[in-house]
Write a protein that binds this ligand. Sequence first.
Ligand code: SF4
Ligand code: SF4
Ligand code: F3S
Length: 267
Amino acid sequence: LKDPARPPVVWLHLVECTGCTEALLRTSHPDVASLILDLISLEYHETLMAAAGHQAEENLERALEKYSGKLICVVEGGVSLKDKGIYCKISGHTTLELLKKVAKHSSMVIAYGTCASFGGVAAASPNPTGVVGVSDVVKDKPLINVPGCPPNGYNLLATIAYILTFNKLPEVDYLKRPKFAYGRKIHDHCERRPHFDEGRFVEQFGDEGHKKGYCLYKVGCKGPVTYANCPVIRFCDAGVWPVSAGHGCIGCTEPDCWDTMIPFYEH
Ligand code: SF4
Ligand code: SF4
Ligand code: F3S
């Protein structure tokens, strides 16, 4: 996969918490060093870049000029629209201005995380700063959503590997999510599924059924209505994912999960 002409990437942090970057930093095959030194050319990333202040802004401007039309724009975070976007500014520019500017010079856009894909937690009702997902702003570029809160870093790496290999975006579902990662429900691959099928449920957190690893449906698990590969790919190379750790899925890869999937806990 090593490409002598590593594709230039600009990574924007908009209305977000940086958890998506933190998730990516915990991947190990390839690790982030291999990703940014061998596979892509990371031109701008506020968390990872050494430059700061004016120097960082100059890096961005230089990348936009040098690689115009060839950039891959990765976005972490949603876009604030209310009151002309004044509630989130980076280097004096609103998230809307920044996204439009970088997208204009990009060949494709990857919305990484549920905030970038659908607005995320900042867009939860009553959405006080008018946050939307990237696809509500960028309409004229190939775009893919890799949601999750945080998303699984391997789903981003696999998306990038696909782009490097085939020079196009992978096949997506109706929410622009790659089908290879979001084509099946959590419930389809969950290791607690035999308990669901046999009617063995946790009735209350901490009860005997919980200790025995029974199904979490009755205490709020949204695995039956959530599309993602968490039970298969798991997190942080530790082999764990929310349900294996004893917590129900909250549907974090679905749009508006903060409004539509509540209550997260049922007793
Ligand atoms: Fe943070 Fe979740 Fe938004 Fe990522 S999707 S920036 S982890 S709130
Ligand atoms: Fe389905 Fe959730 Fe039960 Fe797993 S724990 S079988 S995802 S309802
Ligand atoms: Fe999110 Fe559910 Fe996976 S909460 S991390 S989609 S198990």
